[in-house]
Design a protein. Structure first.
Length: 159
């Protein structure tokens, strides 16, 4: 057999096709990227809105920490109970309709706070009347501060 006559030897080598480029992406990837971006923007917007709606809680917890510090420094239980009750009233006025909060006092106020808690194991009416005693027991004041912090963190308000 003649080498020049071999038709396979006369073929040129195969050329590999160019690699497929990743850019520009297919339309489906553009749609997916747009939906992902839209979801991230919506998530950030809802998160920011929730953070702004709950700002009053952070401010109230800061004020409660100041009240707790003043109580530990001065030991004035009456002032501490009065300031804590005033703070709770302010938070409740921010979170609930004014007509259901503003006039509440005594047992009615205690019942309102416990209802907003979601259970009746929270505030005891005696804790609200302890501020009118000559010197409320220290355990009452500490318990009231703990319950106030728990209420501020966990109440189910409309705000």
């Amino acid at each position: 057999m003649n080498p020049a006559a071999d038709p396979l030897k006369q073929l040129h080598p195969l050329r590999a096709p160019e690699a497929i480029s990743w850019w520009p992406p297919a339309p489906g990837w553009w749609v997916l990227a747009g939906l992902l971006l839209l979801a991230l923007v919506a998530l950030a917007w809802f998160g920011l809105r929730r953070r702004r709606r709950r700002a009053y809680r952070r401010q109230a917890l800061t004020a409660l920490a100041r009240i707790r510090t003043q109580y530990s420094d001065a030991g004035d239980g009456i002032a501490c109970l009065a300031a804590t009750n005033g703070l709770l009233k302010g938070v409740a006025l921010r979170a609930y309709p004014r007509r259901s909060v503003a006039a509440a006092s005594g047992g009615e106020w205690c019942e309102f706070l416990n209802t907003a808690f979601g259970d009746d194991s929270g505030f005891d009416p005696d804790l609200f009347f302890a501020q009118y005693r000559p010197q409320p027991p220290a355990g009452d004041v500490v318990r009231h501060l703990q319950l106030a912090e728990r209420w501020i963190r966990q109440h189910r308000g409309n705000a």
